[in-house]
Write a protein that binds this ligand. Structure first.
Ligand SMILES: [Zn+2]
Length: 420
């Protein structure tokens, strides 16, 4: 197996975390990375051949996932284990609710030992990495609930995560546009930090996590368009028929770079122009702009909710009672808060609060993109606050080096959105 693109980035990232690789994360398997791999292998008792196969990945997985599965030996105590693995007792206890008496561990019992961070925020965020991160978070923080809202065109499950037990429900979604995938790790890092604060009984953005999560249930769909994300991040191989058909679609739109300009789902339908809120208006506007066939962006599809991903978001919303929704996009550092004359009064106050805590501008939606979006439909049908946040600044896909800035700008919105 030849490693390429995002897999190499992940390899570089984890070896960097471990101190074996000190160069840039560039997705190129060059001599420096080869030496780092060999050094890692020799330090971990593997044959130092530089080949990154299943054995080497297995040795790396605990450091990617932030936990290891440990078999209790005679004489082990949770205290000595927490010290050996440089972690805390409360994290071990939270990850292992089956331990009824921490003073009497059974030899041979397998436990989860969380010792690090999970969500990777310095590489291309592929569907595989997302799924790996999600299942690691579930292992470490079993109070997170996972489920699926439906499947993508290519048959990938579109997961949701729920954290909190309050009767109030809010919903945050991200990466509905393929080349805006940086918003997926944004929601994932928020989930991780919130779960960690809950475990440590500490605060996040000055709110006590346990108090917060007793009042609210936060639902997250961090990657609404997984096929599109895999196309843009390079996870979808050129040999795939889906890649080839996307490429053909893009040839009708030569002014849009392929695949980096791709926002649509893998069928070439813009999922955020699929909602039954002025869809005919969106169609008229986008057809006038020349997007009359499947396209890398701005094609509305053959009808509202004609694509499985938009339909899944729609149905998931109908099955809940969301008090507020936020749809994450990039870029522009702006907050859209209106839909026609349906906007509830409190949206202005909430939007201004979001603006204050993020430094983003509360903005009027440009007329040409003011129809058929997810938040448009939510505002229209529920008359409750719905927001589109255009995070970050620059050209999509934004470089992952902008991640920390985006996270710091948006953590206040994410927390306060659940509080208000
Ligand atoms: Zn977008």
């Amino acid at each position: 197996m030849v490693l390429a693109g995002p897999d190499v980035e992940l390899l570089q990232s984890v070896l960097q975390k471990l101190g074996f690789y000190t160069y840039n994360i560039d997705g190129v398997f060059g001599p420096r990375l080869l030496n780092s791999v060999k050094y890692f292998q020799s330090q971990f008792g593997l044959s130092p051949d530089g080949v990154v196969g299943p054995t080497t990945w297995n040795a790396l997985f605990p450091y990617i996932n932030g936990y290891t599965t440990y078999t209790i030996k005679s004489g082990d105590t949770l205290y000595t284990l927490s010290s050996t693995f440089n972690t805390s007792l409360s994290r071990i206890l939270m990850a292992n609710p089956q331990i009824s008496n921490p003073n009497r561990l059974s030899v041979g019992e397998k436990i989860i030992i969380p010792f690090g961070n999970v969500v990777t925020t310095n590489v291309s965020y592929t569907y595989n990495l997302f799924m790996m991160n999600l299942s690691a978070l579930k292992k470490i923080y079993p109070f997170i609930t996972l489920g699926s809202i439906g499947n993508s065109v290519m048959g990938k499950a579109i997961p949701y995560a729920k954290i909190g037990n309050g009767s109030k429900e809010v919903f945050y979604s991200a990466a509905i546009h393929a080349n805006e995938w940086i918003t997926a790790p944004l929601l994932m890092k928020f989930l991780e930090n919130l779960a960690l604060a809950y475990t440590n009984n500490s605060s996040i953005y000055n709110f006590n996590a346990r108090e917060l999560l007793n009042q609210v249930s936060i639902y997250l769909v961090p990657m609404a368009n997984p096929d599109g994300v895999d196309l843009v991040t390079g996870a979808l191989k050129e040999s795939s028929s889906y890649y080839q058909s996307a490429k053909q679609i893009s040839e009708n739109y030569p002014n849009i770079k392929f695949p980096t300009g791709w926002k649509a789902n893998i069928n070439g339908v813009d999922l955020n122009l699929q909602f039954p809120a002025g869809w005919e208006d969106a169609k008229r506007i986008k057809f006038e702009q020349g997007f009359t066939t499947p396209a890398p962006r701005d094609f509305v599809g053959d009808g509202p909710l004609s694509q499985p991903e938009s339909l899944a978001l729609y149905n998931f919303t109908l099955q809940h009672n969301f008090r507020l929704v936020i749809a994450y996009h990039t870029q522009g550092q702006e907050i859209y808060w209106q839909f026609q004359n349906y906007t509830p009064q409190e949206s202005l106050y909430i939007g201004n609060t979001f603006s204050q805590v993020s430094g983003y501008e509360l903005a009027d939606t440009p007329y040409n993109s003011s129809f058929a979006g997810y938040k448009d439909w939510f505002i229209q049908d529920y008359r409750r606050p719905g927001f589109t946040i255009e995070a970050g600044i620059g050209n999509n896909p934004l470089p992952i080096t902008q991640f920390n800035e985006i996270y710091n700008d948006n953590i206040g919105i994410l927390v306060i959105g659940a509080v208000l």
